[in-house]
Structure formats: structure tokens, C-alpha cells
Design a protein around this ligand. Structure first.
Ligand code: PLP
Length: 392
């Protein structure tokens, strides 16, 4: 065995012995509320398929027609010959939806965040980043030469203290709109207030909010009525907006134009496939035409959170369809998820390094396409299995 393989083998054994090894469960159907896993039908509570659009027939049709009209692939980055009319249309549609000057597409939001900070900020500038920000923001900031300040999760006193001390030319506050491991919505309204007070700009990663949070699905800023006050929004097509892949940055003309000139994951990576582009346009259109999807998700969220708390479970977060059920012990969390799977409830346990050590949890994710029957089945299964494991 080569040295590298024997080093990694030891690490893997260690990960397994701590109960932290993540097995990928293979689903045997399309992404839906009910899916087949291990040859049996289960109710799916672990997709980011917030609005049930992942296998929507109108979106599928739009994708198929787009392949017929615009072809399968472009074989080019955007600035050589990878920009079609549809790419500009999708960018304009998102800009209008988020009330921003302009939008730039990326292959993923991971890339969008990776290519944002170093492109527009330099050593005279400073970034103020929430400690629980997504890995892609952390990596994007690592690549950037700006001064780095990490503030405690959603702690506005800590953020203010750090802003007060900074003498930077440009100060940028960067936050997840929603912290996906905790189901908490960042206090975006308070962040906007601090930004005004200390002449900072704001960057919100709304991957777990775009399309469904706020009255019309415009995200965490709309939830707090400050949509017009955010400077930069990054987000994904890989969750509520059809769940395929792709990401974007929406911001001022100057920021987006600079990203088009210099952002490395944009300049040096292939253009988004036509089928994805047109299907994402359809997803945004459907959401705007049909607010009942958003309203149903909100009702499901409130019902499930309330009922599961009443059963005695400790639940993190608020008002968001990510419902982290706290188990703390990693092995117990795995055990509970396996028992739930036996009852046809498909959930995933999260443990270190995805969440802090000793804070393992089952993250339930709700969709507008869950029926009350689905929710009740899950609540009852949690109760039965939780009792057996002495969690409640
Ligand atoms: N930012 C946040 C907050 C996310 O949750 C995710 C996805 O997990 C990403 C960025 C990355 O998005 P994508 O899957 O489009 O790369």
C-alpha cells in the first residue's frame, strides 16, 4: 500500500470509531417527497426541495424544450462563446426578483462565494464574517487579502465592537441569511442597521432562503423588510429553485461588472448548461405565480415545529423549514436515524465536523409538498423511537 493510502486508511478508521463516518444512502427514484431507498418507499425529510419543485413537470418540460432549442452544452466559458440569450434573461429575471442592478451566474453558489471576496476587496479593506458562515464563504474569504474579522454567531454586540475598531477603507459584513445546521435566520435587519452606522456594506448568502423565505420568497432580507438595503446577495439554484445546480451573485452594476472581468470561478469555468438556465427561469416564474407554495411551506413548518416540541424534543432555530432535532451524542443520532428509516422516515444525522463535537442532531427538512399525513407519520415515528432510545 502506498504511504498516502495507509495514512488515510488510519484516519478513516478513526472517523468510523468515533461514529462520524458518513455513509451515502443511494436513492433509487427521482427527488420527491416519497422516494425509494434500499428498495422501499420512504418519506423524504432531508432534501433542500423546499417548494417541491425538484421533479416538477413544468420545469422538466422547460428543460427538455431548452435542450431541443438551445442544445445540450456550450463547451465554453461565458466570455468566449458561452453566453446565450437565455443566460442574460435569467440574470435579468433574478435582478428584478431581488431588486438589484445586475446578476452574474456561476456553476454553483460555492463558486459564487469562492469568487466574490478576493475579486472586489483588497488589503485596505475588511470583512466581518459570522463564525457559522458556510464553508464556501470561509474559503472565499481565505483567498482574499482583506483583513479578516470573525464575529460570534448572530452576536450583534460582537459585530459592532469589531466594526467600531476597524479603520478599513471598505468594510463588508458577510453572513448566511439562514444558518443551515441550526435553522436560524440571521438578524439581517440589525446587520443593516450596523452597516449604516459604521458605513459598511452587506453580503448575504441566501441559499436556504431564496424562493421561499419572506412574504414573496425574496429571502431573509424580505423576511425582515430590508430587501432594498442589502448590497450583495449570493444564492443557489440547487435548493428551492428547482434543486438542480448553479449559483449567482446579485449586486450593483459595478460589483457585477467587476466579477465578470476578474472573478476566477466565472472566468475559468464552463458556462451553465442551457437546460438548467431555462428550467431555473421556469422555477422562479412558478414561485412568483403561485404564492400558495410558500404559504404551504410556512404552515408545514409551524405545524411540525410545534408538534415535535410538544412531544418533548429539543429543537433549534425558528420559523424555518430546517428543523434540527438535538440528540447531542453522534452514535445515538445515527441510531435514531436508522430506527426512523425502519419506519419509512428518511432523515440524516449530522455530526462533527459538519456541526460542533457533542452537538449531533437529526436535521429534518420540510417541503411544501409534504402532506399533513406525512408530517404526522414523522412526528409519531420520532416519538416512538425517541422513547425507545431515552432521548425524550
Ligand atoms: N452557501 C450555503 C449557505 C449553502 O447551504 C450552500 C449549499 O450547501 C452553498 C453556499 C453552496 O451552494 P451550491 O450547492 O450551489 O454550491
Amino acid at each position: 500500500m502506498k504511504t498516502i493510502d495507509s495514512i488515510l486508511q488510519k484516519q478513516l478508521v478513526d472517523i468510523k470509531s468515533q461514529g462520524l463516518y458518513k455513509n451515502e444512502r443511494v436513492i433509487e427514484t427521482a427527488q420527491e417527497t416519497e422516494i425509494d431507498v434500499f428498495g422501499k418507499k420512504v418519506i423524504n425529510f432531508c432534501a433542500n426541495n423546499y417548494l417541491g419543485l425538484a421533479n416538477n413537470k413544468d420545469i422538466r418540460k422547460a428543460a427538455i424544450e431548452a435542450i431541443e432549442e438551445w442544445g445540450f452544452g456550450l463547451g465554453s466559458v461565458r466570455f468566449i462563446c458561452g453566453t446565450q440569450t437565455i443566460h442574460k434573461e435569467l440574470e435579468n429575471q433574478i435582478s428584478k426578483f431581488l431588486r438589484m442592478d445586475d446578476t452574474i451566474l456561476y456553476s454553483s453558489c460555492f463558486d459564487a462565494n469562492g469568487g466574490l471576496f478576493e475579486t472586489i476587496l483588497g488589503p485596505d479593506d475588511a470583512i466581518f464574517s459570522d463564525e457559522l458562515n458556510h464553508a464556501s464563504i470561509i474559503d472565499g474569504i481565505r483567498l482574499c487579502k482583506a483583513q479578516k474579522n470573525v464575529y460570534k454567531n448572530c452576536d450583534m454586540d460582537d459585530l459592532e465592537q469589531k466594526l467600531k475598531e476597524s479603520k478599513a477603507r471598505v468594510k463588508m459584513i458577510a453572513t448566511d441569511g439562514v444558518f443551515s445546521m441550526d435553522g436560524t435566520i440571521a438578524p439581517v435587519d440589525q446587520i443593516v442597521e450596523l452597516a449604516k452606522k459604521y458605513s459598511a456594506i452587506t453580503m448575504v448568502d441566501d441559499c436556504h432562503a431564496t424562493g421561499f423565505l419572506g412574504k414573496t420568497g425574496r429571502g431573509s432580507a424580505e423576511y425582515f423588510n430590508v430587501l432594498d438595503e442589502i448590497d450583495i446577495i449570493t444564492s443557489t439554484f440547487g435548493k428551492a429553485l428547482g434543486g438542480a445546480s448553479g449559483g449567482f451573485v446579485s449586486a450593483s452594476t459595478e460589483i457585477v461588472d467587476t466579477l465578470r472581468q476578474k472573478s476566477r470561478p466565472y472566468l475559468f469555468s464552463n458556462s451553465l448548461a442551457p437546460a438548467l438556465v431555462v428550467a431555473c427561469q421556469k422555477a422562479i416564474e412558478l414561485i412568483q405565480q403561485n404564492l400558495s407554495l410558500i404559504n404551504q411551506l410556512r404552515d408545514n413548518t409551524r405545524y411540525f415545529r410545534k408538534k415535535l416540541s410538544e412531544k418533548g424534543f429539543e429543537i433549534k432555530g425558528n420559523d424555518h423549514p430546517i428543523v434540527p432535532v438535538m440528540i447531542y451524542d453522534a452514535k445515538n443520532a445515527v441510531k435514531l436515524s436508522e430506527m426512523l428509516l425502519e419506519k419509512n422516515i428518511y432523515v440524516i444525522p449530522f455530526s462533527f465536523p459538519v456541526v460542533p463535537k457533542g452537538e449531533a442532531r437529526i436535521r429534518v427538512q420540510l417541503s411544501s409538498s409534504h402532506t399533513k399525513e406525512h408530517l404526522d407519520k414523522a412526528i409519531n415515528a420520532f416519538y416512538d423511537c425517541g422513547r425507545k432510545l431515552n432521548i425524550i
